[in-house]
Design a protein around this ligand. Structure first.
Ligand SMILES: Nc1ncnc2c1ncn2[C@@H]1O[C@H](COP(=O)(O)OP(=O)(O)OP(=O)(O)O)[C@@H](O)[C@H]1O
Length: 364
């Protein structure tokens, strides 16, 4: 496999912050992910519809002796887009080249990659929505006609030299399918949206990874980790590794429900997968602002974080979990947020109760 470049998240993105429940891969993830990646569609857990459809696309292409159609995978980080692209290459018995949109800033960068592809090779382009405009335009022709025009020279004397490419399969991955220009989206023969995983599916991911890592874990231990993994296999695998450390140091190495919850208490990941930052945002919203509405900037100041960190790191999961709502008037907490932090909304509090619990701003 040829790896041109691997990114951990958008450059400067506050989500690439090394949180235990962060969705982007950190250095340690990258080192172990290769060992934990499913190698075939059969091993790939969940995403039933995507798997079934992709299986048909690949089986049909193989039967025709053709290169598979271009595939677009969209979905949040850590849901298995890179893994699926590698599976596509394995199933097609083709080599794979991995690169990303931000690494292709000039059309020439893309021309160099495309012109060195072998016949049938899979080109995985992560964060395809972040490619430069000229490179994107070059990609249109490459995807459709397996041809690129390489521009030689500058200004009025510049000439376009057509270059034929071998047939290849582009697998584009994006967290933001809506950001792709329609002409690019339309050139993919197969588009799949990857959903967050159900707890039962993540349990299977945890069991599978535990086996590969040679860690003993029981059903309840796996369920405890799965329930705190925010629907994301990458997070499930990361929590499993931290719980394994705890089990080795503080227990007999075996992961049970009690071991998993004690470990994740140490790492401040609660039963719903919220970490310290998520809870700080909720706590400020509930205790300082009575559940809102409150403006994002005010909320950010209250938790001592940048606006972007609150908006891009903490809020998406809180919104997804139905704990926080973004409204034109500001952020508001839902009844589920009060219940999760064990606090009583002001209008329901008995006189004198003050609408708050006993816990501090960063309490569990
Ligand atoms: N369906 C799955 N079954 C088992 N393990 C999975 C599955 N999906 C992902 N994983 C595991 O989760 C980790 C992250 O997956 P992967 O790198 O493919 O995610 P991604 O969507 O490409 O993330 P990013 O967008 O950040 O690159 C890998 O270690 C992989 O083994």
């Amino acid at each position: 496999m040829n790896r041109d470049d691997i990114t951990t998240g958008p450059a400067g993105d506050p989500a690439a912050d090394g949180r235990l429940v962060g969705s982007f891969a950190d250095g340690e993830d990258q080192a172990v992910e290769a060992a934990l990646r499913p190698k075939s569609l059969d091993e790939f857990v969940g995403q039933e519809r995507v798997r079934e459809q992709l299986d048909l696309v690949l089986t049909a292409a193989r039967a025709r002796g053709a290169t598979a159609d271009h595939v677009l995978l969209s979905g949040a980080p850590g849901l298995g887009k890179t893994t699926l692209s590698m599976i596509i290459a394995t199933e097609m018995q083709a080599p794979i080249r991995i690169t990303s949109g931000p690494a292709i800033q000039h059309a020439g960068d893309l021309a160099a990659i495309l012109s060195s592809l072998q016949e049938g090779e899979v080109l995985f382009l992560d964060e395809i929505h972040r490619m430069s405009r000229p490179a994107e335009e070059m990609l249109y022709m490459a995807m459709e006609d397996f041809r690129v025009d390489v521009i030689v020279g500058k200004g009025p004397g510049a000439t376009a030299i057509p270059l034929d490419l071998p047939p290849f399969t582009l697998v584009g991955a994006t967290t933001r399918a809506g950001l792709l220009p329609p002409p690019l989206r339309d050139r993919f023969g197969f588009t799949a949206h990857m959903e967050f995983y159900a707890p039962a599916e993540l349990e299977r991911v945890v069991h599978r990874s535990a086996q590969l890592l040679d860690v003993e874990i029981d059903t309840e231990g796996a369920a405890e980790i799965a329930g705190r993994s925010r629907g994301t296999p990458r997070i499930a695998n990361r929590l499993l590794r931290r719980v394994r450390d705890y089990a080795q140091v503080k227990a007999d190495g075996r992961i049970t429900r009690a071991v998993a919850s004690a470990a994740l208490r140490v790492y401040e990941v609660d039963t719903r997968g919220l970490d310290r930052l998520d809870r700080a945002v909720l706590h400020a919203l509930l205790k300082l602002f009575g559940g809102g509405p409150v403006g994002l900037s005010t909320l950010a100041v209250a938790v001592g974080e940048e606006r972007e960190t609150v908006e891009e790191v903490a809020e998406p999961f809180l919104v997804r979990e139905g704990l926080l709502a973004r409204t034109p008037r500001g952020r508001i907490a839902t009844p589920a947020a009060w219940a999760h932090l064990g606090l009583v909304p002001p209008q329901q509090a008995p006189p004198g109760a003050g609408g708050g619990g006993q816990r501090g701003l960063f309490g569990p």
